[in-house]
Design a protein around this ligand. Structure first.
Ligand code: SF4
Ligand code: SF4
Length: 128
């Protein structure tokens, strides 16, 4: 016990090693892979990101033209941003803020090909 005394005294009197997160935050490291975001207008809904995601937290529905990601399953590895050929996936240089309720990132894209095909073969539904 006596050999620990200097360490105990140092810890009592020294600067705290922890922060009052989230009240006090620290600057993120350089090149940190933080919160994911998508420029949905550039996405062609190819689904490569969903296939490559090791956490399987991305869902792409080509019929409905939706792109979804569960940020609470995401491990911020950055694989999806690497495989996206349209370069529309990015990561902020900061981590996602704490939340009291879970939510899914939901993005609605355009149903481009389907709309064009329906227009071409005349099967498009008239607007109500
Ligand atoms: S890889 Fe890129 S273009 Fe393809 S679905 Fe994912 S975000 Fe969209
Ligand atoms: S950063 Fe990694 S875990 Fe998160 S959505 Fe992209 S591939 Fe999946």
């Amino acid at each position: 016990m006596p050999f620990m005394t200097p360490t105990i005294v140092k810890n009592f009197l020294g600067k705290r090693a922890t922060r009052m997160y989230p009240i006090t935050t620290r600057e993120p490291f350089a090149d940190v892979r933080g919160e994911l975001y998508i420029d949905i207008k550039d996405c062609n809904l190819c689904g490569l990101c969903a296939k490559a995601c090791p956490a399987q937290c991305i869902t792409v529905d080509r019929d409905k033209a939706t792109w979804e990601c569960d940020p609470y399953e995401c491990v911020y590895c950055g694989v999806c941003t690497d495989v996206c050929s349209r370069h529309c996936l990015h990561q902020h240089a900061a981590y996602r803020a704490p939340a009291t309720e879970k939510s899914v990132m939901h993005e609605q894209g355009e149903i481009k090909k389907k709309a064009k095909k329906e227009e071409a073969d005349g099967s498009a539904q008239p607007a109500a």
